[in-house]
Ligand binder design. Structure first.
Ligand SMILES: Cc1cc2nc3c(=O)[nH]c(=O)nc-3n(C[C@H](O)[C@H](O)[C@H](O)COP(=O)(O)OP(=O)(O)OC[C@H]3O[C@@H](n4cnc5c(N)ncnc54)[C@H](O)[C@@H]3O)c2cc1C
Ligand code: SF4
Length: 509
């Protein structure tokens, strides 16, 4: 059963075996697994249930509907980093690019070693990775859906002698409409909206959409539910109070909203780690202008990645951006920006993702807003510039006439002879324009209450009954796109929750 704003006029109190807050990569998987195991599952989701047929290519229509705060969210720090996350059923999986990578083996080996939990090793997670990849159809793109921008990236890597790997993507029969970040209009992208959520609903789950959870309900030292309020989706105003009581609570609101919610209860005092260890894979974006039509809108974002510099924590990739979004990100204004937009068909957007070498923090900010802070290190600054230099060099080798750069003091260069100007001694950190869609780490999983927020079953060390299953549980950054690892860990946590005593017995088959 799917409920929305008008329904809460009739009913505001609900009961379940398990309540799952959030329906993105983590929440949908936990809820679906438990619903299929026979538990009465209720999801609570702040955003609406927007079916495939409602997705469109109009940025001004789609972004306010699917993104938190209309995409106008920023991590504070030096420099500030705009970020985006989904706020709809399916969460960020509805608006993501569909890259489907597992966390690399050495990262997982480090997690297993540090937590003492072999379950977190590649071997321990293998069965969950396999199930998740099968469920979301992680596979290579069909050749017909690959656009010219990616072909230029692939050929450019070959010319430079770089290691280039094709990305598995969670898609079935993707036609290359390049609308992934505004919701897949064909249903090809296997977001949790079209995979785990329908499975959960078919198994009898309930989904309370348009409800924001504000606090946990704690009784006798145990978490027994969540409380929040309905949200009028038109006026975005608070509606009636809504409450769900359950034997187990799973928080899966993403790495910024999850700690924000838990911090209201002064949890994890022993480690002080709640909200800390904030990781975000910051990246810079460049735009290459070519003397011929590329028409990047015909194809799919990030068919492959340059992995040549992965050991240095640098990944290069093409990143398609819809025209309205690109117009807002140009490093120039007025006539020049108009000239660039007129050449939209001749442009390629690419990015350099850097694996975090530091961590930030999420706190409760003014007006009860979740506030994230993160200061880029000098080492990361050098890697951004190195990545930008490499990408620009490759595009010039492929015939680019100009490369627009994310540096205020150096907005563009016109030939490879100018690459030396991308120099950390000339470009200050405060001049670099960054961006991120990967938010992780603020309720880290660990083997000891002294240095983590949750144990390896996903339960908070100091609040029985309350679990976390989303990107916030990563102990460290993973250096690759995170959704598959989040889903695999969420599936593992679901198994642990199902095993625990104190939950209602599963229904008879
Ligand atoms: C533009 C973009 C592109 C990306 N590309 C890729 C990619 O190609 N490959 C990849 O692996 N990853 C990608 N990612 C990242 C990936 O999608 C996320 O890491 C992943 O979805 C995070 O899962 P999550 O469960 O932590 O949170 P989310 O998927 O963001 O889900 C959290 C959900 O919780 C809800 N919520 C939050 N607070 C509350 C509250 N208080 N009450 C009720 N509900 C609440 C939100 O509305 C949201 O639906 C991308 C992300 C974005 C934004
Ligand atoms: S490219 Fe188009 S069809 Fe393919 S997954 Fe993205 S939005 Fe869907």
């Amino acid at each position: 059963m799917i409920l929305g704003y008008p329904d809460y006029a009739r009913e505001q109190r609900f009961e379940a075996d398990v309540v799952v807050v959030g329906t993105g990569a983590g929440g949908a998987v936990v809820g679906s697994e438990l619903a299929q195991a026979g538990f009465r599952v209720t999801f609570v989701e702040e955003g609406g249930w927007h079916p495939t047929q409602t997705f469109s290519a109009y940025t001004s229509e789609s972004v306010p509907r699917l993104y938190r705060d209309g995409g106008g969210t920023v991590i504070l720090g030096k420099p500030p980093i705009p970020y985006v996350e989904g706020r709809c059923v399916g969460g960020s999986t509805v608006i993501n690019g569909g890259m489907a990578y597992r966390a690399p083996d050495p990262i997982l080996a480090g997690w297993a070693r540090d937590t003492g939990a072999e379950e977190l090793s590649s071997k321990g997670l293998e069965p969950y990775f396999e199930q998740v990849e099968a469920r979301v159809s992680a596979r290579q793109q069909r050749a017909e859906s690959v656009g010219a921008d990616n072909k230029i990236m692939r050929e450019g890597s070959r010319r430079m002698g770089w290691n280039y790997s094709e990305n598995p993507r969670n898609q079935q029969e993707c036609v290359g409409s390049n609308n992934c970040v505004l919701g897949c209009p064909t249903g090809a992208k296997q977001s949790t909206l079209v995979t785990f959520m329908p499975t959960a609903m078919a198994a009898g789950a309930r989904c309370l959409t348009e409800v924001r959870i504000d606090r946990l309900i704690i009784e006798g030292g145990r978490c027994v539910g969540v409380a929040g309020h309905a949200i009028d989706p038109v006026r975005m105003r608070r509606g009636v109070a809504v409450e769900v009581r359950a034997n187990a609570v799973v928080i899966a609101c993403g790495a910024i909203q999850t700690p924000h919610l838990l911090l209201k209860h002064k949890l994890s005092r022993q480690s002080g780690q709640l909200g800390r260890n904030f990781l975000c894979h910051p990246n810079v974006k460049l735009i290459g202008l070519f003397p011929f039509d590329v028409k990047a809108w015909q194809g799919v974002s990030q068919v492959g990645q340059v992995r040549e510099f992965h050991d240095e924590g640098i990944v290069l990739a093409e990143n398609f951006i819809p025209p309205a979004a690109m117009a807002t990100q140009l490093p120039m204004i007025g006539t020049k920006s108009w000239e660039v937009m007129q050449r939209y068909n001749q442009s390629i957007v690419g990015g350099c993702l850097v694996e975090d070498s530091t961590t930030g923090r999420v706190r409760r900010g003014p007006f009860d807003m979740a506030t994230a802070t993160y200061n880029v290190t000098a080492h990361d600054h050098e890697r951004f510039l190195k990545g930008a230099r490499l990408l620009a060099e490759m595009w010039f080798a492929m015939g680019a006439e100009e490369v627009l750069l994310p540096f205020i003091s150096l907005p563009s260069i016109r030939s490879a002879d100018e690459l030396g100007r991308i120099d950390p001694s000339r470009i200050r950190m405060s001049e670099v324009e960054l961006f991120t869609p990967h938010l992780m780490g603020t309720a880290r999983m660990g083997g000891r209450a002294e240095d983590s927020v949750i144990d390896v079953s996903g339960e908070l060390w100091d609040l029985p009954g309350c679990h976390v299953a989303d990107a916030s549980i990563f102990p460290t950054a993973i250096g690759v796109n995170p959704q598959i690892t989040i889903m695999a860990m969420a599936m593992q946590i679901a198994g642990r929750i199902a095993e625990k005593r104190g939950l209602a017995a599963p229904k008879a088959a």
